[in-house]
Design a protein around this ligand. Structure first.
Ligand SMILES: [Zn+2]
Length: 177
């Protein structure tokens, strides 16, 4: 019974991109790190940017912060989110990553890494969800399965997926997490 419950435990992501105009192109610049609102995030976020630099992949300068949230208020499966904030119609945009605190506290490091890489995939790389279930940008992830996968391959796929490319990209559909 416990096994079944574990398998049914889905990880949902609520990305909130309002407008695809801001997804691409991503500004090419030195890797600017977001402000970490908790030291819990540091090893994972640092590794994300090191992984980007190793592969010569530019990240967005618009990622302002990574922080915890206690409640998303809707969509109870949501455990992480990349949100965009606008000053005006065509003005600067900032992006913030939030992670559900209760999920983080109950999670393994693999799961935490998956959540942060996924949300930074949205916020820092401008990626949409992929239809493939066993990729970092899958909308729903089964943490138990990810523990079995080759993380290096997952990361390679993440950083070789381009916002303006055609591989592994889908639009976020309204109403989905
Ligand atoms: Zn997502």
């Amino acid at each position: 019974m416990i096994k079944i419950l574990m398998l049914l435990f889905l990880v949902g992501c609520g990305d909130q991109f309002q407008d695809k105009r801001f997804l691409a192109p991503i500004p090419v610049t030195n890797q600017v790190r977001p402000t970490l609102l908790s030291e819990d995030f540091r090893p994972f976020v640092e590794q994300f940017y090191i992984d980007a630099e190793k592969r010569d992949v530019a990240t967005s300068t618009m990622v302002e912060s990574v922080g915890f949230i206690d409640d998303y208020g809707e969509g109870m499966d949501t455990i992480g989110r990349c949100s965009e904030f606008y000053t005006h119609q065509s003005g600067p945009v900032t992006r913030k990553v939030t992670v559900l605190r209760s999920d983080w506290d109950a999670s393994t490091d693999i799961h935490r890494k998956l959540v942060l890489y996924h949300e930074l995939g949205h916020c820092a790389l401008g990626l949409h969800h992929t239809e493939e279930s066993q990729q970092i940008m899958a909308k729903y992830a089964l943490p138990d399965i990810f523990a079995e996968l080759n993380w290096d391959e997952l990361v390679n796929t993440l950083f070789t997926t381009r916002p303006d490319g055609s591989i592994n990209l889908t639009d976020h559909e309204e109403g989905e997490l």
